[in-house]
Design a protein around this ligand. Structure first.
Ligand code: ADP
Ligand code: MG
Length: 215
């Protein structure tokens, strides 16, 4: 066996099952943002990660939240906030593929424009990971159908787009309902002023990683 290259997933503290699953998915090497984000994220640090679309940001936060997850605990342990239903669906697909290494990890998507009934039934049944849009997640928190007291990872995906869409207050409300002792991971393609505000209010000494666009 040759020594691990710095972009090999095997250089990370991941389980053998996770490494085997990544290989099965054809993920032979980390993308630059994964190589920058995963080491601090897997140490449990709060993280602000900036990289362009298509750079593999989903797996960067998904592997971190899965590392924090205990599948035998039937409670929501990770929440990923996304700007749109389409993005939430894409993220949930990628999280489910990466979660195949663990037993029976349940991912529930909570987005607006979809009847509440199915979402309520899914939550009732038990979820480990919730992926959703801020408005609908707030709706479930208000109804008491979603509880975040066992949460250990909060992800703000496409944070710049969520801010563009006017979700600052909703994100703040959701973040205030999460336990203080949690890991917060913020992903964004750009770094507008609102990100610094979110970070100052809801993150703890975040590590910032940035991958410049390749020309
Ligand atoms: P972003 O969120 O940065 O826009 P995505 O997380 O959606 O990017 O990833 C873009 C595509 O790259 C997806 O199809 C994903 O499955 C694939 N991908 C991510 N990481 C890797 C990797 N390490 N090796 C190969 N493909 C990858
Ligand atoms: Mg993305």
């Amino acid at each position: 066996m040759t020594s691990a290259s710095p972009t090999a997933f095997s250089a990370l503290p991941l389980s053998p099952a996770t490494l085997a699953n990544l290989e099965q998915l054809g993920y032979t090497a980390m993308t630059p943002i994964q190589a920058a984000a995963l080491p601090p994220a897997l140490l449990g640090k709060d993280l602000i990660a900036q990289a362009k679309t298509g750079s593999g940001k989903t797996a960067a936060f998904a592997l971190a939240l899965l590392a924090n997850l205990n599948p035998r605990r039937f409670a929501v342990q990770a929440l990923v906030l996304c700007p749109t239903r389409e993005l939430a669906d894409q993220v949930s697909t990628e999280v489910r593929r990466l979660a195949r290494a663990a037993d029976n990890v349940k991912v529930v998507v909570l987005c607006g424009g979809v009847p509440l009934r199915g979402q309520l039934a899914s939550l009732e049944h038990g979820a480990h990971i919730v992926v959703g849009t801020p408005g609908r997640v707030m709706d479930h928190l208000g109804r008491g159908s979603l509880r975040l007291d066992a949460l250990n990872t909060l992800v703000l995906d496409e944070a710049d787009r969520m801010l563009d869409m006017g979700f600052f207050d909703d994100i703040a409300t959701v973040a205030r309902q999460c336990p203080a002792a949690r890991q917060t991971l913020l992903f964004s393609a750009t770094y507008p002023e609102g990100i610094a505000q979110l970070s100052a209010r809801f993150m703890r000494e975040p590590v910032t990683v940035k991958v410049e666009a390749q020309h």
